[in-house]
Design a protein around this ligand. Sequence first.
Ligand SMILES: [Fe+2]
Length: 296
Amino acid sequence: MSDFPVSALRSVELSTPDLNGSVDFYTRVWGLEVVAEADGKVFLAASGDDFHVLELKEGERAELRKISFRVRSAEDLADLLDKTMAAGCTVLRTIGDADAPSGGRRFVIREPQGSVLEFVHGDSRKAGTEVENRPTRLAHVNINSADIGALTTFYQEVLGFRLTDRSKLMAFLRCNDDHHAVVLAEAQQNGLNHVAFLVPSLESVMRGSGRIVDAGYPIGWGVGRHGPGDNVFAYFLDPTGVVIEYTAEVLQVDDDYRVKGPSEWVWPPGRTDHWGIAPPKSEACKKAQTAIAFAQ
Ligand SMILES: [Fe+2]
């Protein structure tokens, strides 16, 4: 049995040049709920048991400020801090009480390729439920990397993730039974590729997508079914240009899962998903997937 010190991807923090507009989009359109406001940040929850899944903060431009992972124990938290320091990460906040209203103990580092990662243990949870057509929790973050080999090794050897698949351009990494919580994408520059939110069902991807389209935000890619992870997807751009995804039916795996490599993840000509009915990804979506930097 795999022994993961990181138990889940919990939340991401984004900056936005229009805080009110982003909060309006993520509540009224995307289906999250404001649960707290503190220190100029707005905390938004999905319907599952995480206190929040998204933090928004006003800034000059849209950027990824941090990714927060939940850690299994206080011992693992201390151990991860030691390991990340030994791996050359910069400590931004050492172990102490969390800044977010969700509480718990945390530390924050910047890994060598520039993303800010927070590790939290003992954060408060709420009674969670699934609500059709609304996000339940985060599903994965997809990070652009100019050195995907080094970052894959960092996630595996320092953070204890396991590789589940490697396509030509992407590495899929898990920290629990979900096929992936983190995806690394080969890119010219490091940054955020997209953030995926789990919805309860394929029907929820379809109906949720209809609500987003009705609100004036066209589908950037999809609806389709991914190769690695077998999840259904629909991609959108939020009002600030961050690519966000509704996804469902993520493959559940255990240690018997056979890791497949680039030669096995090849689509027949003209296809980019299992179904073969998704129109090509929009140019706007492609561009946005390389446009969001890590906040400095
Ligand atoms: Fe994705």
